[in-house]
Write a new protein. Structure first.
Length: 252
């Protein structure tokens, strides 16, 4: 059974409202904390402990949410007095080559990384059009350059970039701005798990801080009314390639 939407009644509409998916992830938490300084942030996530931590942030309204529960999206949209920005942060990134990926692997990545943000955006579009608002897709460097061992993830991120580019052209007439933010390797649990799967060393000091990605999102969201920032690449100060496969993986 779906959990009731609680706490959203405190959102009055006096401040602009951001709907943020993936709020309990590494980037999502940083983006929620940053935007909550000036916006009411509806922070969607599934990790109860991390959602509770978000509740301590003034301006953040954590909501337990399954992004794949599509019939419930109108309930969320109707519960809000306005929607000015939707930021899509939720994603999965598992290591698969074309040779080893199953149909289930493809469906899992495309469902969460592409279909879910597309459907949340679709349902929110009337409110976004009324607000002349914005949609921000958190993409990846993998949305520009595909690498070996990440075929499924990269394909989903290429598709997400195409979704953003098409949406931008479709919604221009309604004044809705659309942006893709492409972070490079960022110090998050997702990246740590990826390095673990690759058997490579994890060195946090070499990677982008989640706060830096949040700063880039703020730049996009607060752009002046006469502009739209369409594509942002956030790269580490020293360029790094994806973690390489171990010798055992290359020569089993």
């Amino acid at each position: 059974m779906s959990e009731p939407l609680v706490g959203l009644g405190d959102i009055t509409g006096q401040r602009k409202v951001v709907v943020l998916s993936g709020a309990t992830g590494g980037m999502g938490r940083a983006i929620a904390a940053d935007l909550a300084k000036d916006f009411d942030v509806v922070a969607l996530g599934r990790d109860a402990g991390r959602l509770s931590a978000l509740a301590s942030i003034d301006g953040a309204f954590p909501v337990s949410w399954d992004l794949l529960d599509y019939p419930r999206i109108p309930e969320l949209v109707d519960a809000l007095p306005r929607i000015d920005v939707v930021v899509h942060t939720a994603a999965i990134a598992r290591r698969h080559s074309v040779a080893d990926a199953s149909i289930a692997d493809w469906r899992e990545h495309l469902e969460l990384n592409v279909v879910a943000p597309a459907e949340l955006t679709r349902v929110a579009l009337p409110a976004l059009r009324e607000a002349r608002g914005q949609v921000v897709f958190i993409n990846s460097g993998a949305g520009f350059t595909a690498g070996a061992g990440h075929s499924v993830y990269s394909a989903s991120k290429f598709a997400l970039r195409s979704l953003a580019d098409s949406l931008r052209k479709e919604e221009e007439i309604h004044g809705v701005r659309v942006a893709s933010v492409h972070p490079g390797q960022t110090d998050t649990p997702m990246l740590r798990e990826d390095h673990l799967a690759a058997g490579s060393e994890y060195a946090p000091h070499k990677y982008i801080r989640p706060d830096s990605v949040a700063a880039a999102v703020r730049t996009v969201v607060t752009a002046t009314e006469d502009t739209q920032i369409t594509t942002v690449s956030v790269r580490p100060r020293t360029e790094l390639g994806p973690p390489s496969r171990t010798e055992k993986e290359v020569h089993p």
